[in-house]
Design a protein around this ligand. Structure first.
Ligand SMILES: [Zn+2]
Length: 390
């Protein structure tokens, strides 16, 4: 199966679609659990399949540094290495270079940085990011973009957006050379790989519009909106998404990077987004922060210590069907690995159910009604007082 995307239904601004990849199809809108090191923390690949996850995200920066994309290519690519047969999207590594690497400097060539693991020096260029992802063999590769330090004034945001455009053209040229077999030394482990461009421009609508138009001119199989959910107010983010999404081609998938909360997902789907990734459900799970349709639960709160109820009586996940809040509280307080695992299963189940509910609503033409109900219930419950954790 080669890469493709088809919009199968619309309801207002929301889109229902199917992404096809060399490793199978993905029903959109879809949420991608984050498997930073080629593994989603706390759960197995079998768990992820059972949860209905149809696509995972993995981080190029981490896999490049350890165990190395060369090693993974020799193992037959990331799918075979990690024992995951469904689609994978890899990021470009740029965001981690900007957020994790020790001592980094950015120039026109790329990002010079030192590994946070051993201090070794590296240069990540748009071409190098394409090469690494070709060796990993993900189904969707992302271009290297410049991540803007915030808060950014319009001038800085413009320079950064323009550099991202120049890098996008270089990344595409390299990607096409790899596809044509004219990139010697690169081991291509997934010949059907697609490449997505990234729209930048900070919180400036005019820069976003220009970035969208110019990125589309370069020409990619799909488009992402990057640089959001980095501290700006939620309504600013929704506004940028609302202005940017319609400027991307109707027949290509749209991916909102690193977003977000359940409410963010609903608001962004309403504005025409098809793909999401975020560490929130998995990272928060390990800290005992659980998302439910009745509002968020912090399982460390003393109020749950003696509670014989399940986390969410309406949830069909393994954790909710078999265990009490008191048990989850106990596991969390005693730092048992099982606590992190059960919490992660629940949160990912909640996110997958949320996406499934939205897909069904778009098909039924009831997205407006269903999304309002989800948002209202989350707003109401978030306003309830939570006891201090102890
Ligand atoms: Zn559950």
């Amino acid at each position: 199966m080669s890469f493709g995307f088809q919009v199968t239904g619309r309801d207002g601004g929301a889109r229902r679609g199917v992404l096809t990849t060399p490793h199978g199809a993905v029903d959109t809108p879809a949420f991608m659990p984050v498997g930073t090191q080629g593994a989603v923390k706390g759960v197995t690949q079998r768990d992820l399949e059972a949860l209905g996850a149809e696509i995972l995200l993995s981080n190029t920066y981490h896999l490049y540094l350890r165990p190395g994309d060369g090693l993974i290519a020799r193992q037959g690519g990331l799918h075979r290495f990690a024992g995951w047969t469904r689609p994978i999207l890899t990021d470009s590594g740029g965001y981690q270079v900007f957020s994790l690497a020790a001592r980094r400097t950015i120039d026109e060539q790329g990002a010079h940085f030192q590994s946070h693991l051993d201090g070794s020096a590296h240069l990540l260029t748009p071409e190098k990011a394409a090469d690494i992802q070709a060796q990993l063999g993900s189904d969707v590769a992302m271009v290297l973009d410049e991540c803007l330090a915030l808060p950014a004034e319009a001038g800085a945001a413009r320079s950064s957006m323009e550099r991202t455009l120049r890098w996008a053209a270089r990344a595409r040229a390299r990607f096409l050379a790899i596809r044509a077999g004219t990139a010697p030394g690169v081991i291509v482990t997934n010949p059907g790989q697609a490449q997505f461009g990234i729209v930048q421009g900070g919180v400036y609508p005019d820069l976003r519009e220009e970035s969208a138009a110019e990125t589309v001119k370069v020409g990619f199989e799909g488009y992402a909106i990057g640089g959001l959910s980095v501290g700006e107010p939620a309504d600013v983010m929704y506004d940028i998404v609302a202005r940017t999404a319609p400027r991307l081609p109707e027949d290509r998938p749209r991916y909102l990077m690193g977003v977000g909360t359940p409410s963010d997902l609903v608001e962004a789907v309403a504005r025409g987004i098809d793909l999401f990734d975020c560490v929130l459900p998995t990272r928060n799970a390990r800290n005992g922060w659980l998302f439910t349709r009745h509002g968020d639960v912090k399982i460390r709160n003393a109020r749950h210590r003696d509670d014989t109820q399940p986390l969410d009586a309406d949830c069909a996940c393994y954790a909710c069907r078999h265990f009490t809040r008191a048990y989850l509280y106990h596991l969390q307080k005693s730092n048992e690995i099982l606590g992190a695992r059960l919490n992660t299963l629940h949160n990912l189940h909640y996110y997958q159910e949320l996406m499934s509910e939205m897909r069904g609503a778009i098909e039924a033409g009831s997205f407006q009604e269903v999304s309002s109900r989800i948002l209202e219930r989350r707003r109401y419950n978030s306003a309830l007082p939570e006891e201090d954790s102890q």
